[in-house]
Write a protein of this length. Structure first.
Length: 274
């Protein structure tokens, strides 16, 4: 099961998120037939997306994170929404990520989407996410995300994220920093305790008075035949028929759920009836 706990700790001056995302990663492995290296990379990014989606305020909120390696050998794209529907794919990445950029598009459903980009300094998703928050959002953030893959199966995935709120005292900064040392090997801690155990073992004193919010992220793509049909219809009848004449059908592939949608000449009237 996937879980995301959120709370305010240390005199309500530090935002805490605790994640367990093994189910997300195993769903991605099955959908995309991932090797272990790609599963670890995508799994870390899916966990990051689950965390950031959990921070959205608006019901229409959505987040996407895209990594492009510096040598062009790999692209990773993940996205999520306020409902905890998380999805993603990886193209390449068998040899790991070698530099590149991380681009985050955050749409909270209110104004224009926020777009932030930072250069990748490491292959570790935790370091890259911390750097993103430091450079693009200027929010002190500690991230410990880990994924453990064995024999093609995700055994553990998740982690802990802490953000300092404005006005955090130096004492509470030190308390948060000291506690984060327990999660240096995040995958091992998640494997041993799970999200429930982490909250109980490490944060029970800080959350004993309540104020804990629990959600259940899931791997779910937002595509459908109807949505894809609207995209195909936007091509126009002439372009649709041109593709049909050349290929016999119009095919659309969704990278996130690895599904193919096909439209034939018989679908023309339904597509363009309006």
């Amino acid at each position: 099961m996937n879980k995301l706990y959120k709370s305010l700790v240390y005199d309500r001056q530090v935002s805490l998120s605790v994640l367990e995302t093994c189910g997300l990663v195993n769903d991605a492995i099955k959908i995309h037939h991932l090797d272990e290296s790609s599963a670890e990379i995508l799994g870390g990014m899916l966990t990051a997306a689950a965390y950031m989606a959990g921070c959205l305020k608006s019901e229409r909120g959505a987040i996407s994170l895209t990594v492009k390696s510096g040598d062009g050998s790999a692209t990773v794209s993940v996205s999520g929404d306020k409902n905890g529907h998380i999805r993603g794919y990886i193209d390449g990445g068998g040899g790991g990520l070698k530099g590149g950029t991380l681009t985050v598009i955050k749409d909270d459903g209110f104004y224009r989407p926020f777009i932030g980009t930072c250069e990748l300094k490491a292959s570790d998703v935790s370091e890259n996410l911390m750097q993103y928050f430091h450079i693009s959002e200027q929010i002190p953030t500690a991230v410990a995300i880990g994924v453990k893959i064995q024999n093609g199966v995700c055994k553990a995935a998740g982690g802990v994220v802490m953000q300092l709120l404005p006005g955090t005292t130096e004492e509470n900064m030190d308390r948060a920093e000291e506690r984060m040392q327990a999660f240096v090997n995040a995958a091992d801690v998640v494997e041993n305790f799970g999200a429930d155990g982490i909250m109980r073992e490490y944060f029970s004193e800080e959350t004993k008075d309540g104020g804990v919010y629990l959600t259940f992220p899931e791997y779910k793509c937002n595509c459908s035949r109807k949505k894809i049909a609207d995209v195909v219809a936007s091509l126009g009848r002439s372009e649709f028929n041109s593709i049909i004449a050349e290929h016999g059908k119009v095919s659309v592939h969704c990278h996130y759920c690895n599904k193919d949608y096909e439209f034939s000449k018989e679908d023309e009237e339904e597509l363009f009836k309006n």
